[in-house]
Design a protein around this ligand. Structure first.
Ligand SMILES: Cc1cc2nc3c(=O)[nH]c(=O)nc-3n(C[C@H](O)[C@H](O)[C@H](O)COP(=O)(O)OP(=O)(O)OC[C@H]3O[C@@H](n4cnc5c(N)ncnc54)[C@H](O)[C@@H]3O)c2cc1C
Length: 273
C-alpha cells in the first residue's frame, strides 16, 4: 500500500461517517468501494489488511447513528439506534486524497454488508471505526506462508504489496470460481496457488498447503477466511511445527451458516483454543 502520505500514530478514533466515492468490480466476486470523508485526513497510520468495523443504517434510518463516547467506550444510549456492524479489512488508504478502499466479497448468502456493497451508489453513507489488528499487519520475516479465501484476499493482496522483493514462501487462495482469480504481483520466490471451491471444499486448500515444506524460523504465518481453512492450518503450525504464537496470525473471519453477530463470540473461543 502506498505509504507516501505522512502517517499519524494509532489512537482511539470515534466512528465517523464516510460516503461512497466510486465502486470498481475487481472481479465478479469482489467489489472495491472507495469511501471518502475530510476526517480521513486525521485517520491514524494504517497498514494494508488492518481490521476495520463498518456500521450500516437499518430500518427507517438513512444514515447510521453514531455512538456517544462514554467512560466504557463508544455506546448507543438508545439500543435500537445501534447500526448493523461488520468487520472488514483496509485494502488501501490515501491520506492526502482522504480515501479508503474496502474490498467486499459478494457472497450469495447475503447479509447487510454484502447488500450494501451490491447496491452501493456514489454518496451512500456508512460509518467506520479506527483501524485495529496487528500493526503492521505484515510482520517482518524472510519466509511468508499465507492462506485464505475471498474474504482474506483483500488483506493478502495489500500485504503482498508490502513484501520485500527477496521474500520467499507460499500463498494459497480458495475462490469460488475461476473468474475470481487475479494477477497478483508476488515476489519471484513466493509461489501463489489458486484453488477453486467454496467453504465446503476447504480441504482442497489445506491438505496441499500442508505438504509444502515450511521453515519455522524467521517466518510469518498468516491465515484468514472461513473457520475450516484457518483452524487446521493454525493447529498444524502451532502444534506440529511449534511455531511461536507471535509469528502466527490466524483469525477465522466467518463461519458458514452463521452471520457475524452470531459468530463473534465463537470466533474468540476458536482463537483462544
Ligand atoms: C478481521 C476480519 C477482516 C475481514 N475482512 C474482510 C474483507 O476485507 N472483505 C470481505 O468480504 N470480508 C471480510 N471479512 C469477513 C466478513 O466480515 C464476513 O464475511 C461477514 O459475515 C460479511 O457480512 P455480511 O453482512 O455480508 O453477512 P452476515 O450477515 O455476517 O452473514 C449472512 C450469511 O452469509 C454467510 N457468509 C458470510 N460471509 C460469507 C462469505 N464470504 N461467503 C459465503 N457466505 C458468507 C454467513 O455464514 C451467514 O450465513 C473479514 C472478517 C474479519 C473478522
Amino acid at each position: 500500500m502506498p505509504q507516501s502520505d505522512t502517517p499519524l500514530p494509532r489512537q482511539p478514533v470515534r466512528p465517523f461517517l464516510v460516503s461512497v466515492k466510486h465502486v470498481i468490480d475487481i472481479t465478479p466476486a469482489l467489489r472495491r468501494i472507495c469511501f471518502t470523508s475530510p476526517l480521513l485526513a486525521d485517520y491514524p497510520d494504517v497498514s494494508g489488511g488492518a481490521h476495520i468495523k463498518i456500521m450500516m443504517a437499518h430500518g427507517e434510518q438513512t444514515v447510521p447513528v453514531l455512538p456517544t463516547l462514554t467512560d466504557k467506550g463508544p455506546r448507543w444510549l438508545v439500543p435500537e439506534d445501534k447500526p448493523l456492524i461488520r468487520t472488514f479489512s483496509v485494502r488501501a488508504f490515501r491520506r492526502n486524497a482522504c480515501e479508503i478502499d474496502i474490498d467486499f466479497a459478494l457472497h450469495a448468502d447475503s447479509g447487510p454488508a454484502t447488500r450494501f456493497a451490491q447496491q452501493a451508489q456514489e454518496g451512500d453513507v456508512l460509518a467506520i471505526s479506527g483501524p485495529g489488528g496487528p500493526h503492521p499487519m505484515l510482520q517482518p520475516a524472510r519466509h511468508y506462508y499465507m492462506a485464505g479465501d475471498l474474504t482474506a484476499l483483500p488483506a493478502i493482496s495489500a500485504m503482498i504489496e508490502d513484501m520485500p522483493a527477496d521474500s520467499d514462501g507460499h500463498i494459497a487462495l480458495l475462490v469460488p470460481t475461476s473468474d475470481a482469480i487475479q494477477d497478483l504481483p508476488v515476489p519471484d520466490k513466493v509461489t501463489l496457488t489458486w484453488v477453486i471451491g467454496n467453504s465446503a471444499d476447504s480441504d482442497k486448500l489445506t491438505v496441499p498447503f500442508l505438504q509444502h515444506s515450511m521453515e519455522n524460523i524467521n517466518s510469518y504465518f498468516w491465515f484468514g477466511g472461513e473457520e475450516n481453512i484457518v483452524v487446521p492450518l493454525r493447529n498444524h503450525v502451532r502444534r506440529n511445527m511449534e511455531v511461536a504464537r507471535t509469528a502466527i496470525y490466524a483469525v477465522p473471519y466467518w463461519r458458514d451458516g452463521k452471520d457475524e453477530d452470531a459468530y463473534h463470540q465463537n470466533r474468540h473461543t476458536v482463537m483462544d483454543s
